[in-house]
Design a binder for this molecule. Structure first.
Ligand code: NDP
Ligand code: MG
Ligand code: MG
Length: 340
């Protein structure tokens, strides 16, 4: 069993009186900064002038350049998009990092794949909520926290683990429970999960089902409901009570179809390919491709994004979601932006 930590394991004093710089004020940044402040810690936000800067000021934070925030900080939590972190680290964080400070992450990519090479005199830790930022904030405000991970990459001060736990407590995670992992395990499993199951696997499965029905002459609107819309109902049930709860709630016909057909869709060949995908994550092939793609200004990523937006399921989906008054207005505004 993995090791779990809770409130009782936390030594708050290792963070009291220290200054935490949150670098980036997006999904995770706004949530972690506000939770830490509400937990009584001293927080400054490090940014470049722009949209996030204004939001953080409006939320009452002292906002500084990344360089200035780093100079002040005992803990520097890097919460910019992963593909931007290495350059900002090299230019603005590294030259200003105090000896004995802690460098903290919510995802291990840049450390694990050697894009950020920290000096030997700082702690390098991970405190990663297992949830999107808005939930990190909302659950904290409701008096609880989301589960989280901690990991220690480098313990220069001898305090790294206590620091990671105190930080996790400050964002609410130790109320739910924190699991100890490593930078390697967190990074490789995160990439595998999103590629094979959550994002890559799920979107191709949805499109393949939709295409099969539409090519056979069924209405795209009906295909959309069956292959995309209803997926949420199924996933919600899995989320609440695992596969068993989902199977308990669906009809026996659906359950029989699940058992008889699932393995014809996810075949031995698919499982073999999953192992190859994992191997390419483990040997750095995926990371190298993504890093080079970014250095080339993302030509493949950009055209793939356009092609995907043109797929029939996206076109019919936008019309159908217009009929769904309960979908929140913010989502629809976001959707309009994504479509631009
Ligand atoms: P976001 O994309 O939401 O972060 C964007 C923020 O970074 C903005 O405030 C942006 O400011 C700032 N930023 C971008 N470039 C720079 C720059 N050059 N200098 C200063 N600030 C900059 O990131 P996330 O919150 O999604 O992710 C942060 C980290 O958390 C990542 O490591 C991610 O893997 C991890 N994580 C994310 C989760 C999530 O649900 N999103 C879940 C768990 C971990 P501006 O407005 O100026 O562009
Ligand atoms: Mg990820
Ligand atoms: Mg059905």
């Amino acid at each position: 069993m993995v090791k779990m930590y809770y409130e009782a394991d936390v030594k708050q004093e290792v963070l009291r009186g220290k200054t935490i710089a949150i670098i980036g004020y997006g999904s995770q940044g706004h949530a972690q900064a506000q939770n830490l402040r509400d937990s009584g810690y001293k927080v400054v936000v490090g940014l470049r002038p722009g949209k996030s800067w204004d939001v953080a000021v409006k939320d009452g934070f002292e906002v500084l350049t990344v360089a200035e925030a780093t100079k002040r900080a005992d803990v520097v939590q890097i919460l910019m998009p992963d593909e931007r972190q290495a350059q900002v680290y090299r230019d603005e964080v590294a030259p200003n990092l105090k000896s004995g400070a802690a460098l903290c992450f919510s995802h291990g990519f840049n450390i694990h794949y050697a894009q950020i090479l920290p000096p030997a005199d700082v702690d390098v830790i991970m405190a990663a909520p297992k949830s999107p930022g808005h939930l990190v904030r909302r659950v904290y405000q409701e008096g609880f926290g989301v589960p989280g991970l901690i990991a220690i990459y480098q313990d220069a001060t001898g305090n790294a683990k206590d620091l990671a736990l105190a930080y996790s407590s400050g964002i609410g995670c130790t109320k739910a429970g924190v699991i100890e992992t490593t930078f390697r395990e967190e990074t490789e499993t995160d990439l595998f999960g999103e590629q094979a199951v959550l994002c890559g696997g799920a979107s191709e499965l949805v499109k393949a089902g939709f295409d099969t029905l539409v090519e056979a002459g069924y209405a795209p609107e009906i295909a959309y409901f069956e292959c995309l819309h209803e997926l949420k109902l199924i996933v919600d049930l899995m989320y609440e009570g695992g596969l068993a709860r989902m199977r308990y709630s669906i009809s026996d016909t659906a359950e029989y179809g699940d058992y008889s057909t699932g393995r014809r869709i996810i075949t031995d060949e698919t499982r073999k390919e999953m192992k190859k995908v994992l191997a390419e994550i483990q040997d750095g092939t995926f990371a190298r491709n993504w890093i080079l793609e970014n250095q080339a200004n993302r030509p493949g990523f950009t055209s793939r994004r356009r092609l995907e937006a043109e797929h029939g399921i996206e076109v019919v989906g936008e019309q159908l979601r217009g009929m769904m008054s309960w979908l929140n207005k913010e989502t629809k505004k976001e959707e309009a932006k994504i479509g631009q």
